[in-house]
Design a protein around this ligand. Structure first.
Ligand code: NOJ
Length: 533
């Protein structure tokens, strides 16, 4: 059962992102669904996660995999019903697992009734709920680009003689957050789900809600990917968004124990940091995507973590993530032949050992990979528009690998995306039976993080380390936990304070090591506990 008086649960929690279409199919249609998630709650409890972030399952034409919502208050039949969601929520809460859902309110689907009426006439009461510019010729009003269609983000609307703005696909018209009624309508959606008992929101491209009020063109930038040769100064990340964050926060706070997690639309830690507000009155957390783009290595990860800690305002709580549904899985990004699995253990320890809430992406605990998909299999609009230069985001969205039966135990029929070729070898059942598996490593790390309050909320201080090694101490009261990671394929020597080994890839848990020099094997991970006397 969850504790509703616990307002900071999200600081201690281990989050697990579920892409519902790919987690578990319960009705043999090849598509994952809410009842499928329910059927796998025991697995999630066994893994030790405390909170789920479930990607969109709302009514949608699925032209951007559910990030194009046509009814914010209903479940898409592909995923089940509202009653299924209620049961899932209750069953998760029963096990003490919180549930955070996606709030996609930078844009709706073009099939949302609001847009259908807004586009019908300038006099429609909802016309101003979306962003329009008059059509005075064939040239769009400025140079803003569609990230998924690689063309102008302005699309003509014949009925009103205007352009509407859509910076993802053309089917995702953007809301006008400057309109007070639209704002209230969105807050009502938020209240609807909070009243239903959800534990918070992951807010899709939250920093993009506002665009420049004068619609100025973006300046040129040499950055092609992902910026499409533009510095996005005017089409996202405007200061007006902070007032909206404060309004959202007041709503969340009125429910006591709910969390707001913003997805930022930009790359730097400073942008993510700014979403917290200087007075802890905006979002509880905002994703910093630095790790998703970091090269492998102790130095880049350490620099990134330090930048993030420095950027956050006093009192704000960090978070870390290595993989999600928009980026190639880190197992693939950091592949290194026979060293790949050793690297996965280092990466997992990084994520679960740092100070900050960890976000796991389904299947990373198995070392799920990305593989090339034939053009005919691609579903992601981004992949379809960029193939063969890129495969889009389908490779990181393939079905969860549960066992070695056909379709990996995900479904009994051909899934919506092909199962990865390695599923017979790499799946939950096989790894649960093997104490030395990556899944077992994740479980051990998660169990340790839960057993050691210092790992959850302790301070962090860096330990001086040789090249390729990243090491730090988490401290709470008299308890110190040293986390030592060798990112390299060469042995390294480090000076350690000594203590009792809690977990290690080579050393035995329970044994102790004396203060002094310790020789770390390639990719060795060591976690040592010590207590002041
Ligand atoms: C960010 C989401 O994570 C991504 O999957 C989606 O395509 C865009 N926002 C548009 O909603």
């Amino acid at each position: 059962m969850i504790d509703r008086s616990d307002t900071t649960w999200w600081q201690r929690a281990i989050f697990y992102q579920i892409y519902p279409r790919s987690f578990q199919d319960s009705n043999a249609d090849g598509v994952g669904d809410l009842r499928g998630i329910m059927a796998r709650l025991d697995y999630l409890t066994g893994l030790g996660v405390d909170a789920l972030w479930i990607s969109p399952f709302f009514r949608s034409p699925m032209l951007d995999a559910g990030y194009d919502i046509a009814d914010y208050r209903d479940v898409d039949p592909m995923f089940g019903t509202m009653a299924d969601f209620g049961e899932l929520l209750a069953a998760a809460h029963e096990r003490g697992i919180r549930v955070v859902i996606d709030l996609v309110v930078n844009h709706s689907s073009d099939q949302h009734p609001w847009f259908e009426s807004a586009r019908s006439s300038i006099d429609d009461p909802r016309h101003d709920w979306y962003i329009w510019q008059p059509m005075t010729g064939t040239r769009p009003p400025n140079n803003w680009v569609s990230l998924f269609e690689h063309r102008s983000a302005w699309y003509p609307n014949e009925a009103t003689g205007e352009w509407y703005l859509a910076t993802f696909t053309r089917h995702q018209p953007e809301f006008n957050w400057r309109n007070p009624e639209l704002r209230q309508a969105i807050y009502d959606i938020a209240r609807f789900w909070l009243d239903a008992g959800v534990d918070g929101f992951r807010m899709d491209v939250a920093t993009a809600y506002f665009k420049d009020s004068q619609f100025r063109s973006n300046p040129f930038s040499w950055n092609l990917n992902p910026n499409l040769f533009q510095h996005h100064r005017y089409d996202r990340n405007q200061p007006e968004v902070h007032a909206v964050f404060r309004e959202f926060r007041a709503i969340a706070d009125s429910y006591g124990d709910r969390v707001l997690i913003g997805e930022t639309h930009g790359q730097d830690a400073a942008l993510a940091a700014s979403c917290h507000g200087d007075n802890d009155d905006e979002l509880h957390m905002a994703f910093n995507f630095d790790f998703l783009r970091s090269p492998w290595g102790a130095r880049p990860f350490m620099d990134s973590a330090r930048r993030w800690y420095r950027a956050l305002p006093a009192g704000a709580w960090p978070n870390f993530t290595l993989s999600n549904h928009d980026q190639k899985r880190h197992h693939w990004r950091y592949r290194a032949g026979s060293d790949t699995e050793a690297r996965a253990r280092v990466a997992a320890t990084l994520l679960l050992g740092l100070r900050g809430t960890p976000f796991l992406y389904y299947g990373e605990e198995l070392g799920m990979d990305c593989q090339r998909l034939p053009r005919a299999c691609l579903r992601d609009p981004l992949g379809r528009s960029t193939w063969p230069l890129s495969f889009g985001r389908d490779p990181e969205r393939t079905p969860m690998q549960w066992d070695d039966s056909p379709y990996a135990g995900f479904s009994v029929t051909m899934p919506w995306l092909p199962v990865n070729d390695d599923y017979r070898r790499k799946n939950v059942a096989t790894q649960e039976a093997n104490h030395g598996s990556l899944l077992a490593w994740y479980k051990a790390l998660i169990a340790l993080r839960k057993a050691e309050p210092a790992m959850q909320s302790g301070n962090i201080a860096w330990i001086e380390a040789p090249a390729d090694v990243m090491a730090w101490t988490r401290t709470l009261g008299a308890r110190h936990i040293d986390v030592v990671l060798n990112f390299g394929a060469r042995a390294r020597t480090i000076h350690l304070a000594g203590g009792s080994i809690s977990l290690g890839t080579r050393a035995d848990a329970g044994s102790s090591i004396a203060a002094g020099y310790y020789r770390l094997a390639p990719y060795e991970v060591l976690i040592i506990a010590e207590e002041d006397v």
